[in-house]
Design a protein around this ligand. Sequence first.
Ligand SMILES: Nc1ncnc2c1ncn2[C@@H]1O[C@H](COP(=O)(O)OP(=O)(O)O)[C@@H](O)[C@H]1O
Ligand SMILES: [Mg+2]
Length: 335
Amino acid sequence: MIAVESLAKSFGSIRAVDGISFTVGKGEILGFLGPNGAGKSTTMKMITTFLPPTSGTAKVADFDIWENPLEVRARIGYLPESAPSYKDMNVYDFLMFTAEVRGYDGEERKNRVMRMLETCNLKEVAWQLIDTLSKGYRQRVGFAQALLHDPEYLVLDEPTDGLDPNQKQEVRALIRRMGREKCIILSTHILEEVEAVCSRAIIIGNGRIVADGTPEALRSRSVLHGAVTLELTGEGIKDALADLQKIEGVARVEELKNDDLPAKTAVAEGEDAAGSAKNGKSSLRVRLFPKKGVAIAHEAAKFVHERKWEVDAFTLEKGDLNEVFYNLTKGGEKA
Ligand SMILES: Nc1ncnc2c1ncn2[C@@H]1O[C@H](COP(=O)(O)OP(=O)(O)O)[C@@H](O)[C@H]1O
Ligand SMILES: [Mg+2]
């Protein structure tokens, strides 16, 4: 387990991390989510003993970062923010060096390096200077360096930053696989990454934790959560707006304009946005927002069916993590 207790860091007058506490256990993949300058990297540097806190502490497998920094380092694999840059070292030599620092020698040292070249798909660049590698390959070298001693704890600072979409998918799959038996903290400002990889997310703004929960729980804090989006066609549909308000549990009805909808459902050019003509009938796009905690999908479906309107689309909204993130961290971006 990693236990972070009231961790804080000031750089002069800048309060980069302002008292953060949380624990994370085996089998968890915790996402640190926050805008630039929120304090993600600084927190990670303190947990990995690369930066001393101004106050507070962290424990990794019960070893305190102040009292037993070497024990902490031995158990953690750390992928720093910027991939490694060792001007005159090739990949193989760098990993051999890492293995030596980690205390391996002889066959064991070589075997571990060979395994990492394999796992991280680095064989074809083993003899290439690290500085001449593309960002994607350098990131893999960073991973190999972090995983070499098969650590129980992984701290990964923006592990997919700068990678192309295929490489991002690869790295995410690797993290998910490792997550089953390790304890992983990763930072990201990409919301889809949290949904794709993390079992839990902590949203950080201005050096503080502003939310902590599963991606689903965080998404459910969105105003969109539980709303029903409808596209309807029928006689007299233009008067439906007031009618829909009568559905039990509905707090408010909002008519959607074209640009509120995904491109594929937008009406063709030249059609009237608020009620386009279709076979002589008109159509309407609306969103029904539920009263707090009320499920409205069933009532909405029944209501629409009774009116005999044609339903072109019926979507129960899960909520928008983007919106939650924005509302929790707005004004939070720092240099
Ligand atoms: N070595 C440093 N000296 C001065 N200020 C720093 C230093 N490192 C980080 N900061 C500041 O601390 C804040 C948090 O930075 P950081 O932890 O890198 O954020 P994040 O990783 O979330 O983008 C920012 O305002 C940043 O400018
Ligand atoms: Mg950072």
